[in-house]
Ligand binder design. Structure first.
Ligand SMILES: *[C@@H]1O[C@H](CO)[C@@H](O)[C@H](O)[C@H]1NC(C)=O
Ligand SMILES: *[C@@H]1O[C@H](CO)[C@@H](O)[C@H](O)[C@H]1NC(C)=O
Ligand SMILES: *[C@@H]1O[C@H](CO)[C@@H](O)[C@H](O)[C@H]1NC(C)=O
Length: 263
């Protein structure tokens, strides 16, 4: 794998990781090479595009759209995680549409990640349908598992199973599952590709995401890899719907490591 040119490692304290998602994004990417000015036609086209994405994405959980004409035309993509409700999808895409313009006010190429949804726009249409792992956001629990060898084996097997699920067209890019590691410990994992890419590209994106398991995520109790074309996450607690237990609150008080991989 090609080494990133720039790696930013941030460690911060997360006081409560709740199943209920807060309005804070997991990350964003504002492409500084695509500067636009406030009040420009392209900027108002982005506003209109965002309204449409916020309005129409929740009914199916996925939308690509465009707004405007000629050189000011902009293209957008929004997708919710396949297991979240229409309601949660709606509030996530709305938050994303609100926040992306404040995070990236002067860029024609912008992206924002949440656990429940992902949204991006660009004045180039060519990103739609193309696998993109150029920019990634990684999160890992700093705590290590107690039995790395067995954990790696079980995680690998679960990942293989849900990656196979994700590339079946009927599953729309989503795979999720769980494995009992011991009578008291269950491993939960979910993968998802954006619905604009092919099964082959989905498999490729997930393979690249899973490569991080041997490095950044190695032996960690939980890890998340977020790219523009796919999402991969595993935890030792239930985090996807339908919830595997009634215990939906306070799961972890540990430190989380975060890394941004830039192209
Ligand atoms: C997109 O916007 C950037 C910044 O304004 C501009 O340089 C570029 O030519 C535009 N691309 C297209 C395809 O319109
Ligand atoms: C986890 O394991 C790594 C590598 O062996 C080590 O550097 C790190 O300190 C461990 N973390 C904790 C919280 O024990
Ligand atoms: C969740 O709680 C309900 C009502 O308290 C109970 O009937 C159900 O069995 C519980 N489900 C699980 C998975 O524990």
């Amino acid at each position: 794998m090609k080494l990133p040119h720039e790696i930013v490692v941030v460690v911060f304290l997360v006081l409560c990781i709740c199943i209920a998602e807060s309005a804070d994004p997991l990350g964003d990417f504002c492409n500084k090479e695509t500067e636009i000015s406030k009040g420009s036609k392209i900027s108002s086209n982005i506003d209109n595009l965002l309204s449409e994405l916020a309005l129409k994405t929740p009914s199916t959980g996925f939308l690509t759209s465009s707004y405007g004409k000629g050189e000011d035309q902009v293209y957008g993509l929004a997708q919710c995680r396949g297991d979240v409700s229409t309601e949660d999808c709606s509030s996530c895409v709305k938050d994303a549409a609100d926040k992306i313009k404040t995070r990236c006010p002067n860029e024609a190429d912008a992206r924002i990640w949440y656990d429940f949804c992902f949204l991006r726009y660009n004045n180039k249409s060519s990103f739609i349908g193309k696998v993109d792992t150029s920019y990634g956001i990684l999160y890992a629990n700093v705590q290590n598992v107690s039995d790395p060898e067995n954990f790696k084996k079980e995680l690998g097997a679960l990942m293989n199973q849900i990656r196979k699920e994700a590339v079946q067209p009927k599953n729309r890019g989503l795979g999720k599952g769980e494995t009992q590691l011991s009578p008291f410990v269950t491993l939960y994992a979910l993968v998802q590709c954006t619905r604009d890419i092919s099964s082959i590209d989905c498999a490729q994106c997930l393979a690249i995401a899973v490569e991080n398991f041997d490095h950044f995520c190695k032996n960690k109790k939980g890890c998340r890899v977020l790219y523009s074309s796919c999402y991969v996450r595993y935890e030792l607690y239930p985090f996807f719907f339908p919830l595997a237990s009634n215990n939906t609150k306070v799961l972890d008080h540990s430190m989380i490591n975060m890394m941004k991989v830039k192209p």
